[in-house]
Design a binder for this molecule. Structure first.
Ligand SMILES: Cc1cc2nc3c(=O)[nH]c(=O)nc-3n(C[C@H](O)[C@H](O)[C@H](O)COP(=O)(O)OP(=O)(O)OC[C@H]3O[C@@H](n4cnc5c(N)ncnc54)[C@H](O)[C@@H]3O)c2cc1C
Length: 464
């Protein structure tokens, strides 16, 4: 009989691991604490309206090859829409569209960048020189990025209006807190390596459908046993092996292999203290820090803009997503405030006031529109912080305990905390499990390095 595998947690890391294992014919059970799938990339029921809302708009980029592969594998790729252009807007209402032209990378965005209204020509040449230098830095160097920026002649305006705009939303941290390694990754992999790397995709259905209903039926068809409302309280370890999982209701579940994909703080709660202290891979998790994201959901009585989304420059929020008329007479807009640590302590009413005032300044129709309702949602531990040297605390998926594999956006993926990082971790945990079973296989998809690799990585998910 094939070994039994239990995946703990049904966020994207757990779902990716379950899908990859199930595709290989392995018997998988998924234990999820909540009553739904998707984890942080999920939805919740708004008590006031009874509507199912996405906790926060989730954006993926063309360079996210494993996430794209996962979506194709489980049959949800058609539920995303690629945005051919991004719109950058400043408080003076001016908008710069940002789209690639036919020049090869890294020049595909050069023309759009040269036309951007929010930097002067001298500032653009500073930024271009900085980008060139960034491309030349070794990819594993990780000093504080702010020092690097200052050493490379960036001014507070180029930091605020260029580097910070991109980094705050991509890494969910302000530029003064991130390390060079992940800053480099965002700019080089996302914007300079491939003409499609920067393309933004947005789901056109709620996350609950994407990673909930759609995934549920795919997992069912592939004989994955999903147990919702099944929180693991403790991982029982003896003689360097997991013996079983104690659930919150007292039940014990035993298997041959365990893939823990819960957030690192939860894993620290579940593992015995002596096991954590015995292994730096676990003890190091205490060093990881997290960063909050706040999303402000607003329903107006009329459209406030025709733009589908806006990247906000010099504003409180980083992105505005225009979700259109979701129910008759209700026009839904979401503003995402990343690295929201600086607003800690601000009440919801004050947060909403700042954002609605900002929207009224940016979009004149918002000033005269009636705000029908609003909801402010803060995820306090939204992502781990990509601070300088963070990778020394991110453990490999092959844990020091033989039959325990780790996954989660916080494990060592070489990526920041993103859906791509989560899916990568699930694929890497699958690789580690197969290797420990003596059946090594490559599961991870290649990066977006060349048009050929792009085709293999993204466009040829296995036919099931
Ligand atoms: C507000 C917000 C906005 C974001 N925006 C983006 C974006 O635009 N683009 C992007 O790429 N990424 C974004 N991210 C990051 C992205 O959501 C995460 O990187 C990714 O979803 C993490 O997946 P995961 O599986 O590693 O962890 P999680 O999603 O946290 O999954 C862990 C799962 O484990 C479950 N669990 C916890 N404890 C237990 C237990 N005791 N027993 C059983 N199960 C348990 C949890 O309920 C959860 O389902 C955003 C995150 C947030 C919070």
């Amino acid at each position: 009989m094939a070994d039994r595998i239990v995946v703990i947690g049904a966020g994207l890391a757990g779902l990716a691991a379950a899908a990859a294992l199930a595709e290989r014919g392995l018997p998988v059970t998924v234990l999820e604490a909540r009553g739904r799938l998707g984890g942080r990339a999920g939805s919740f029921t708004d008590a006031a309206s009874g509507q199912v809302l996405d906790a926060c708009q989730h954006v993926s980029m063309g360079c996210c090859t494993n996430f794209a592969h996962f979506c194709r594998t489980v049959g949800v790729a058609h539920l995303f829409q690629t945005q051919p252009r991004l719109y950058f807007m400043t408080p003076d209402h001016r908008v710069s569209p940002f789209a690639a032209d036919r020049l090869p990378a890294p020049f595909h965005l050069a023309r759009a960048f040269l036309r951007a209204h929010y930097l002067s020509l001298i500032e653009k040449s500073r930024v271009a020189w900085g980008l060139l230098q960034l491309r030349l830095t070794p990819h594993d160097a990780d000093p504080p990025f702010i020092d690097w920026l200052q050493r490379h002649r960036q001014t507070s305006r180029t930091i605020d209006r260029f580097w910070g705009v991109v980094l705050t939303s991509a890494l969910n941290e302000s530029p003064d807190r991130v390390g060079l390694r992940y800053a480099r990754k965002v700019f080089v992999d996302g914007f300079m390596s491939h003409p499609r790397g920067f393309e933004v995709s947005l789901p056109n259905v709620p996350l609950d459908r994407l990673y909930g209903q759609e995934l549920h039926s795919w997992l069912e068809q592939h004989a994955v046993h999903v147990l919702l409302n099944s929180a693991v309280r403790a991982i029982q370890v003896r003689d360097n092996r997991v013996q079983g999982l104690e659930l919150r209701d007292g039940a014990v579940i035993e298997a041959d292999w365990y893939v823990a994909t819960v957030p690192f703080s939860r894993l620290l709660d579940m593992l015995p203290l002596d096991v954590i202290d015995a292994f730096p891979a676990f003890a190091g998790l205490r060093q990881l820090e997290t960063s909050p994201i706040t999303s402000v959901h607003l329903w107006y009585d009329r459209p406030i803009t025709a733009l589908p989304h806006v990247v906000l420059v010099d504003c409180v929020g980083q992105w505005m997503f225009n979700r259109g008329e979701v129910t008759a007479g209700e026009h839904y807009v979401q503003v995402v405030v990343s690295a929201a640590r600086r607003f800690r302590g601000l009440g919801h009413d004050e947060f909403r006031r700042r954002i609605t005032e900002e929207l009224a300044r940016l979009f004149p129709p918002a000033a005269s529109a009636t705000l029908l309702r609003a909801r402010v949602v803060t995820e306090h531990a939204a992502t781990f912080s990509a601070v300088p040297g963070v990778d020394q605390w991110r453990p490999a998926q092959a844990s020091p305990i033989h039959n325990l594999l780790l996954a989660g956006d916080w494990t060592a993926t070489g990526w920041p905390a993103t859906m791509e990082g989560a899916v990568r971790s699930g694929y890497l945990a699958t690789e580690a499990l197969l290797a420990r079973q003596g059946k090594p296989e490559q599961v991870l998809r290649p990066d977006l390095g060349s048009p050929y690799l792009y085709r293999i990585a993204v466009e040829t998910a296995p036919s099931l």
